[in-house]
Ligand binder design. Structure first.
Ligand code: NHR
Ligand code: GAR
Length: 220
């Protein structure tokens, strides 16, 4: 579908910062539409990006809530107000409680800056450099109760160069994130992705643990 406004896959994007993945999702929406952007931090650039695109924005400051669960409850209710088909974590920096994950399971995805299952959690690029790895990358996965441990949908890799520091590696990985995330979101909008007790599937077939084997055109 060429006009994103004609699509009926409604996407809510959660951010905490710059929102360059949000921008890539907005710019490459073919089979979905971004209907709202929610940030746990005020005054982040990602909110400006959404406003510029005419997308609703909401700030829910986690520091205003007495517990993780209380924050997650308000976050979940706010998300549901937008009737989303898909909830996308795009640089969202708050771990989500089990109740939240269960409410959105199968329609909640994250992009993580490592080749999962390597380096779940934070500081991924420095950890890859410290380990002497020859490649790094990013992974899109369904979010489950296990942090960065849900079934992988697709990954993209980057070669680690001898002179790389964490910032250089992060910058090159981001380029790949901006290709990979809209690709996956469009698949979801086309109804090609699903999560079941058996794991993630694509066109009704189970995906391997490393996710979809992207062809060279998609992965280059
Ligand atoms: N929640 C669940 N339940 N499961 C996942 O897989 C999640 C999740 C929430 C966020 C993104 C993840 C990443 O891609 C993500 C995946 C934040 C932290 C973290 O430690 C870790 C992983 C991710 C996001 N956050 C700290 C916290 O106490 C706060 C850090 C900060 O504010 O800078 O929540 O990497
Ligand atoms: C991205 O590299 C994303 O993979 C990572 O933060 C960056 C956000 O950039 N996510 C995490 O580390 C989640 N814990 P962006 O705000 O420009 O999209």
């Amino acid at each position: 579908m060429s006009n994103p406004n004609d699509t009926d896959c409604r996407v809510v994007v959660l951010i905490s910062g710059n929102g360059s993945n949000l921008q890539a999702l907005i710019d490459n929406a073919e089979s979905y539409q971004v209907v709202a952007t929610i940030s746990n931090k005020a005054d982040v650039y990602g909110l400006d990006r959404a406003r510029e695109a005419g997308i609703d924005t909401v700030v829910i400051d986690h520091r205003q809530y007495p517990s993780r669960e209380a924050f997650d409850q308000v976050l979940a209710d706010t998300i549901d107000g937008y009737l989303p088909d898909l909830v996308v974590l795009a640089g969202f920096m708050r771990i989500l409680s089990d109740g939240f994950v269960q409410r959105f399971k199968g329609r909640l995805i994250n992009i993580h800056p490592s080749l999962l299952p390597k380096y779940p959690g934070l500081d991924t690029h420095q950890r890859a450099l410290d380990a002497g790895d020859s490649e790094a990358g990013c992974s899109v996965h369904f979010v489950t109760e296990e942090l960065d441990g849900g079934p992988c949908i697709a990954r993209a890799s980057v070669v680690i160069e001898a002179q790389d520091d964490a910032d250089a590696l992060a910058a090159r990985t981001l380029v790949q994130e901006h290709r990979l995330y809209p690709l996956v979101a469009n698949w979801f909008g086309e109804g090609r992705l699903a999560l079941s007790a058996k794991g993630a599937s694509f066109d009704g077939r189970p995906l391997p643990a490393t996710g979809h084997p992207l062809d060279s055109e998609q992965a280059d």
